[in-house]
Design a protein around this ligand. Sequence first.
Ligand SMILES: C[S@@+](CC[C@H](N)C(=O)[O-])C[C@H]1O[C@@H](n2cnc3c(N)ncnc32)[C@H](O)[C@@H]1O
Length: 254
Amino acid sequence: MSDPHDFFGEQIAASYDDDADARFAVAHLALESGFLAELAAPDEQSGGRALEFAIGTGRVALPLAARGVEVWGIDLSEAMVAQLRAKPGGADIPVELGDFSTALAGVGMAGEFDLVYLVFNTIGNAAGQEAQVATFANAARHLRVGGCFVVETHIPGVLTAQHDHRWQVFSHTDEHHGIDEYDPVTQLMWSHHYTRIEDGTYRRNSVPFRYVWPAELDLMARLAGLRLRERWEWWDRTPFTAASESHVSVWEKE
Ligand SMILES: C[S@@+](CC[C@H](N)C(=O)[O-])C[C@H]1O[C@@H](n2cnc3c(N)ncnc32)[C@H](O)[C@@H]1O
C-alpha cells in the first residue's frame, strides 16, 4: 500500500467551500449533522465523541460540533485543515494530519469513539482495495463496542463501462469540462477536470477514486468486525433500492 498523494493543495482548498453541490446547503448540513448526531450520542446525557475521516474544511464537522458532539478529525491535506482552522470553532477540533486508513486520531484514542464517519464519496480516495480494507479496520480500531462507522458514497454508475466504453463526460461547458475514465480491472476511476482560468486556458486536475459496490464494502466491514445496521439512499432515510445512485451505510462494531 503506497502513501496516498495529497490532491487537495492550496488552490483546491481555497475554493473548496464555494462548491455548488447541494451538500454545502445549510438545510442539507442540518439533515446530515442531525443523522450523525443521533448515532454519536451514547445516551441522553452526552452528545458523544465522533471522528471524521477526511475532515477537510469542516463542512460537516462544524455543524456536528455545534450539536454538542465532541468532534475529532484526520486529514492528509494541511491546506484543507488550515481552512478549517480559520473558521469559528475550527481551531478547537483536534485534527491529526495523516492517512485515514492508518493514522490514529491521537495517543490513547483507540476504542474511544462512538462514531466514525467518512462522507462525500471520499472512501474512493483510498484508491485501492487494500487501502479501503485498511480504512474499515482503522475505523473499527477507533470505535468502542456498539459504536458505528458511517460511509456516504455513490453507487458506481459504470455497468456499461467495459473495455469499449471507458469515458463518461459529466460536464461540458465553456468554464468546465469533466470526464470520468474507468478501468473495470482495478475498479479505478480517474476524474479529469479541465477548469478555465483567467487567461482563457484550462487547468487540468485529475484525481483517482476506487469505485466500490455496497456488497464489497459490507465484506470489508465484516473483515473489520463490523456488521451492517442500516443502509439508506440518502441522509433523509430514503429507502435504498435497486434504483438508488448513492448510499449512506451504517456498520456497527460487534
Ligand atoms: C471531498 S473532500 C471531503 C471533505 C469533508 N469530509 C467534506 O465532506 O466536505 C476530501 C478530503 O479527503 C482528504 N483525503 C483524501 N484522501 C485521504 C486519505 N487517504 N487520508 C486522509 N485524508 C484524505 C482530502 O485531503 C480532502 O480534505
